[in-house]
Design a protein around this ligand. Structure first.
Ligand code: AMP
Ligand code: MG
Length: 499
């Protein structure tokens, strides 16, 4: 993909998706909002993108981020896509409240979409109002930036803007726009949209686009579309393993919410677990637990099988050959996921070498955590203190277990395994602290931030939490409170899409 900026304005756009066939999207500008007010600009991200943060934070910049002014070079579009929502097929979804205003190529050479979420109605809005409420916008800002700081691929938040307009949900809420940045917004559901219409030519155009933008090495393969599927499967296996290793539950892993670029996308009723249990579900709309923490790997595989279906007609060879190849790639997900999970657990347990029993050792700890309602994040973080009690402020994890002896027994097995390693206790403790975060965006804290913003127009807690979560692996003794699980009266049992 050529990396030339189409114009030299404050946002040097070069819009590759808008050059695809017209039936891939609808062209329309965002709907202006009444009184845009910048809540927060992500200056670090603006810098990465090569954008002028001072301009973006100015009134003229805020007008652009709110969708009230279309900058030079922007080609605003709402993308078409379909999807399986909770397993049920929906032939047309699309950007119902989001507008892709353009793409920029950052200082790092990576092309990214600048996308306004909550930008008004589009031809894909169905019954929705096209808007977003402040709470979910702050939630997505916090959780996506935390995910980035934890080292996982994710869409990011460039800005949050209050619109000065109410949105009607169960009650009146303040409205907002989130400026979301992504390596692209092509979803599994984007492929499905064309497949469902029998538009194989469009599937091929889209696949070629995705290869050029995200998987250029696939172009050199004998069977580029099989190579594409293989590469997407690889990235998803790694991503979902990464989620499990930080205790993240996406909450709505519909095929329209799965990015083919392998980023975490569409933060709705997502949540990080406090105490560990594989059946954990927070989403108010996930009655069957389809997207529970522990179901995420098979669901990802199911979604990828839908992508495989879409790519079959354009893969090389006979239909039977293509099917066999696609099936093998999809079947391979389980192994690739397990490999990623094992490597991640080895890091979390401070193991420098790989041994056959390591996955079982990690799973044994998880099982004991589930039986003892032990906090996921603090248990792993506390492992460093077991090794190096003088070195940290993390606290002894045995106290997180209802029956501390269950943890002690496991530590015996872990120590025996560590005997096979050459690291000094200090090296080991440092490795453990680098692999196990102290801070995650806990639901009760995110809720408290939203309450302050919604009820009192107070964004200080939002700023504070973002600052803490930007350094999740640092001890930050002064912010110890932010590391703690909720008190019984603070527990958040359910999360909502807020759409
Ligand atoms: P989500 O659950 O956020 O992944 O959204 C599913 C679909 O509903 C997508 O097509 C969204 O664009 C659409 N949607 C969600 N909220 C709204 C809204 N307030 N107005 C219009 N469309 C919406
Ligand atoms: Mg979505």
């Amino acid at each position: 993909m050529t990396e030339t900026a189409a114009n030299a304005g404050p946002l040097p756009f070069d819009n590759s998706y808008a050059r695809l066939p017209e039936h891939f999207f609808a062209r329309l500008p965002p709907t202006p909002v009444e009184a845009p007010r910048l809540i927060r600009l992500n200056r670090g991200l603006a810098e990465t993108l090569g954008l002028d943060a001072a301009f973006l934070a100015s009134p003229a910049g805020t007008e652009i981020l709110a969708g009230n002014r279309i900058p030079d070079g922007a080609e605003p579009i709402a993308m078409a896509y379909a999807g399986h929502q909770f397993g049920g097929w929906v032939p047309q979804l699309g950007d119902g409240r989001a507008i892709l205003i353009g793409e920029v190529v950052g200082r790092d050479g990576i092309r990214r979409d600048i996308h306004l979420k909550g930008a008004g109605r589009t031809p894909f809005s169905r019954n929705g109002d096209g808007r977003a409420a402040l709470g979910p916008v702050l939630r997505e800002y916090i959780v996506s930036e935390a995910m980035h700081a934890l080292g996982l691929p994710t869409t990011r938040a460039l800005a949050a803007i209050a619109t000065g307009e109410p949105v009607i949900r169960e009650r009146y809420l303040p409205g907002a726009v989130l400026v979301r940045v992504a390596e692209s917004h092509v979803r599994v559901g984007t492929f499905q949209y064309f497949t469902a219409r029998g538009d194989t030519e469009a599937v091929k155009r889209l696949a070629d686009y995705v290869i050029a933008r995200h998987y250029p090495q696939a172009a050199a393969s004998d069977d580029p579309y099989a190579a594409l599927l293989d590469a997407v499967v690889g990235r998803q296996a790694r991503l979902v393993a990464g989620w499990l290793l930080v205790g993240f539950i996406h909450g709505v892993m519909n095929t329209d919410n799965m990015s083919v670029a392998g980023e975490t996308i569409d933060y709705g009723p997502c949540a990080f677990m406090d105490f560990y249990h594989p059946h954990t579900v927070y989403s108010s709309i996930d009655h069957m637990g389809r997207y529970a923490y522990g179901n995420q790997p098979p669901i990802a595989q199911w979604n990828l099988a839908q992508l495989g279906q879409c790519l079959l007609p354009i893969m090389s060879g006979t239909e039977a050959e293509a099917l066999k190849r696609a099936q093998a790639i999809i079947d391979g997900f389980a192994n690739r996921f397990e490999t990623e999970l094992t490597a991640g657990l080895q890091r979390k347990l401070g193991l420098d070498t790989a041994k056959a029993g390591d996955l079982a050792l990690g799973q044994d700890l998880l099982k004991r955590m589930a039986e003892n309602e032990a906090d996921f994040t603090l248990t792993f973080r506390g492992l460093a203190d077991v090794i190096d009690p003088e070195g940290g402020t993390d606290g002894d994890p045995r106290n997180l277990f209802n029956k501390p002896g269950d943890f002690d027994d496991w530590v015996g097995f872990w120590r025996a395994r560590l005997e096979e390693e050459a690291r000094s206790p200090q090296e080991l403790a440092a490795a453990l602290r680098a692999a196990n975060p102290m801070f995650i965006p806990r639901n009760h804290q995110v809720e408290a931030v939203i309450r302050a913003a919604e009820d009192r127009d107070d964004f200080a807690p939002f700023e504070k939490l973002l600052k803490v979560l930007a350094r999740p692996f640092d001890d930050q003794p002064e912010n110890r409170r932010c590391a703690l699980p909720p008190r019984p009266d603070e527990v958040v049992h359910q999360t909502f899409c807020g759409t």
